[in-house]
Design a protein around this ligand. Structure first.
Ligand code: ATP
Ligand code: MP5
Length: 267
């Protein structure tokens, strides 16, 4: 059966991150994609020029329209426009008993631009994370959620264990921004800490890696894979999308990964 997966996230009009990356990932992996918008951004591969949040009440309207009608097997959250948006998501997840919630605690874009306020980060940590099935912070996001100065790569397992104490059963701490020869992530769940390793792809085209990874995990959970399998499959998909990214030639900054690498033939 084709599972339905929902993304609750912001729009990236340049198509590489946010809602656009999420829908491409769902489609590439054979899931039906639904999308509720939390914010519009004006951005491209080089940076973010503006953010227009959607009112929490209207996010709530979008979510009830979707959950009243569609059989959503997994939900992924990305950029959340403000604390009122976080509360709309928390309320819907509780009211509809939403299964398989993947929270990507988006804070800054790959370009370095800040995407959400401190109040939004606090709402995510205090109210949304405890309703999630899994969260996918990168090293700076993990440090911010924990109130640590930084999370060094040798403390990823420790950070993951500390993040579980916020009330979420599984945490993937992503080491993508660490410059070693491998891109190492650490999954911490009730089975302890497990490393997932991939060869680091030498490309500047990393726009949307976090969005794509979390969306692919959501597809795996919608297919009732174990958390480990969902994360491992997502990493394999993302690594291949990074390996094919330089064939796309989109924009002059950090271009997108190639979501449809397995479907498109070279010219
Ligand atoms: N150059 C790379 N080669 C291989 N894997 C990578 C590379 N960069 C990131 N990854 C992997 O991509 C996934 C997303 O990690 P990353 O740390 O980039 O997330 P993020 O910072 O949230 O993403 P974003 O840059 O979209 O905000 C992880 O599995 C990470 O290991
Ligand atoms: C709407 C939106 N959501 C998320 C991201 C983070 O993705 P990245 O860090 O890869 O740019 C983004 N840039 N824009």
């Amino acid at each position: 059966m084709t599972p339905t997966v929902l993304t609750i996230a912001g729009s990236d009009p340049s198509g590489g991150a946010g809602i656009q990356a999420d829908l491409k990932t769902f489609s590439a992996l054979g899931a039906y994609g639904a999308a509720a918008l939390t914010a519009l951004t004006a951005q491209n591969t080089q940076g973010v020029r503006g953010v227009l949040p959607i009112a929490g009440d209207f996010v709530a309207d979008q979510l009830s329209a979707i959950y009243d009608d569609l059989d959503v097997r997994a939900t992924k959250t990305g950029m959340l426009g403000g604390p009122d948006v976080v509360d709309a998501v928390v309320d819907a997840v509780g009211r509809y008993r939403v299964p398989n919630v993947v929270v990507d605690p988006v804070m800054v874009a790959a370009s370095g631009d800040r995407l959400v306020s401190d109040e939004t980060v606090a709402a995510i940590r205090d109210r949304l994370v405890p309703r999630a099935s899994i969260i996918t912070p990168n090293l700076p996001e993990a440090a911010t959620l924990l109130g640590w100065d930084e999370v060094r790569p040798d403390r990823m397992a420790e950070a993951g264990a500390a993040l579980r104490e916020l009330g979420v059963p599984a945490v993937v701490v992503k080491g993508g921004h660490d410059g070693g020869p491998e891109a190492v992530d650490v999954l911490v769940d009730e089975n302890g800490a497990q490393e997932l390793r991939a060869t680091r792809v030498a490309t500047k085209n990393t726009h949307g890696t976090g969005c794509t990874f979390a969306s692919a995990i959501a597809v795996g959970l919608a297919r009732e894979r174990s958390v480990y399998e969902a994360v491992a499959e997502a990493k394999r998909y993302l690594t291949a999308a990074l390996q094919a990214a330089d064939t796309l030639h989109v924009g002059g900054g950090h271009g997108p990964v190639h979501h449809f690498h397995a479907l498109w033939h070279s010219p």
